[in-house]
Design a protein around this ligand. Structure first.
Ligand code: UDX
Length: 438
């Protein structure tokens, strides 16, 4: 049993706190947001993450998981301190490290015994050294500490599983003894543990996310070519995926990636490259293709409907992906904003992201289910691949609509079947984009 402190109780910090306590450690999770901590003490989660509240509740009840806003309380018995604060996108794509700085400064001023400080947040290459300098500069009197990079590889919507069954744990430090001690914390996960230097560990995180984003933009580029050449990108991806070097995962064409990671991390990596005199052409292309996907869906909709003024358009799914309520960089915001600005009535349905969506899309007319969404609508745009959308009653949807137009930004449905039902159906890369049914 180890004493662990986690600074930052968001998507990464709360999952990390809950999971480490579930492994039998004593964990204190700190956030400077009083309301968030007060709610957590009442069992109210700040985020929608399947299975999280059960893990939190179980470990609070077992006396292994505590929440506080006090650094003195949080660091009192700590051996390991994870920094899991937000690193939002800053000016021209550079990661904004103000919260990391605040955490490092406060740790330095509060610590009264040696600590191992672990960067869990996604931070630019070299941040580990920067954190070290901040701590040295802010300690009232010198106290031993080490900095270790331990990047997170958690996907929203499956974060608990991803933590408990990781493909790998990556650790980076100039102090191999500290890295070994952090490795011990991860032994129960029974996954490969890689120990390297700080910068390499930080780079592994960015390179991993940039590669995953590249896969998505790659298959989306293939989708565009498929539309011109009359091939079906879903079948193309299936045929490609049998090659073990390619695989079937993460090769779904659609509206493109969103969320708090890929957009920010690809930009941050590109920025790091450029300020060091490199020209990340591929990363630029990945971002360009991703940005175009949203325009591509709007162009398809415009091809079919013409003017958006006075039209009722339903957005089926609002969150950036399924099994989350996270609206950060969600394609629905780009699509909805454009439609609203061009005179359309924009309706939205999402199983989880209702309040979160309304906060960023105040014009949105929220409904309670897909069938309400399509009632009298001129078009429906599929933006989030929630499971509950996969077996909709197509006949009922078609009959409810004023005009049966569907732009399927997630290729949830089959063009031939939708055509049979009488829809004007457009998927992404599902064959000829001739404007009739593709
Ligand atoms: C991602 C990484 O997967 C994770 O390892 C990292 O720690 C954080 O960023 P996340 O952004 O939560 O996780 O979700 P993910 O499931 O990776 O999807 C990212 C985006 O890509 C979503 O917008 C999703 O809709 C999109 N996507 C994913 C596709 O468009 N096609 C795919 O085949 C897979």
């Amino acid at each position: 049993m180890k004493n662990i402190t986690v600074i930052g109780v968001g998507y990464v910090g709360l999952v990390t706190s809950a999971a480490f306590s579930d492994l039998g450690n004593c964990v204190t999770a700190l956030d400077i947001n009083e309301e968030r901590i007060t709610n957590l003490k009442k069992g109210i989660m700040p985020i929608f993450e399947p299975g999280l509240s059960e893990v939190v509740e179980r470990n609070v009840r077992a006396g292994r998981l505590f929440f506080t806003t006090s650094y003195a309380e949080a660091l009192k018995d700590a051996e390991f301190v994870f920094i899991a604060v937000g690193t939002p996108e800053g000016v021209d794509g550079e990661a904004d490290l103000q919260y990391v700085r605040m955490a490092a400064e406060t740790i330095a001023k509060t610590m009264d015994h040696p600590l191992i400080i672990i960067n869990k947040s996604t931070v630019p290459v070299g941040t580990g050294d920067w954190v070290s300098d901040i701590i040295h500069e802010n300690q009232p009197h010198p106290l031993e500490f080490s900095v270790v990079s331990c990047p997170e590889f958690l996907r929203e919507g499956s974060a608990i599983t991803d933590f408990m069954t990781p493909d790998r744990t990556v650790l980076g430090s100039e102090d191999t003894n500290a890295a070994e001690r952090v490795a011990q914390l991860h032994l129960p996960l029974r996954a490969p543990i890689m120990v390297t230097d700080l910068r390499t560990a930080e780079m592994i995180k960015y390179a991993s996310n940039a590669f995953l984003a590249t896969r998505i933009s790659f298959i989306n580029e293939i989708a565009h070519i498929c539309e011109a050449l009359g091939a079906d990108v879903k079948e193309v991806a299936r045929g490609m995926g049998y090659d073990k070097r390619i695989g079937h995962h993460f090769l779904e064409a659609g509206i493109g990636y969103g969320g708090s990671c890929f957009p920010k991390d690809v930009k941050a990596l590109s920025h790091m490259a450029q300020i060091h005199g490199k020209h990340p052409q591929l990363l630029h292309a990945v971002m360009e293709i991703n940005d175009y996907q949203r325009r591509h869906v709007l162009l398809k909709l415009h091809d079919v409907l013409g003017d958006f003024k006075g039209r009722i358009i339903g957005l089926l799914g609002l969150a950036f992906k399924q099994n989350t309520d996270d609206m950060r960089e969600a394609p629905s915001t780009t699509i909805g904003d454009y439609l609203s600005e061009h005179g359309a009535t924009v309706r939205g349905y999402d199983p989880a992201a209702r309040d979160a969506a309304k906060r960023v899309m105040p014009y949105l007319e929220l409904v309670n289910n897909p069938y309400e969404l399509v009632k009298g609508a001129d078009a429906v745009v599929v933006l989030t691949p929630w499971n509950e959308f996969k077996q909709l009653d197509g006949q009922r949807v078609k009959e409810a609509m004023r005009t049966p137009v569907m732009i399927d930004g997630r290729n949830l449905y089959e063009p031939a079947a939708m055509r049979e039902l009488g829809f004007v159906y457009h998927g992404i890369g599902r064959g000829y984009n001739t404007g009739d049914n593709s």
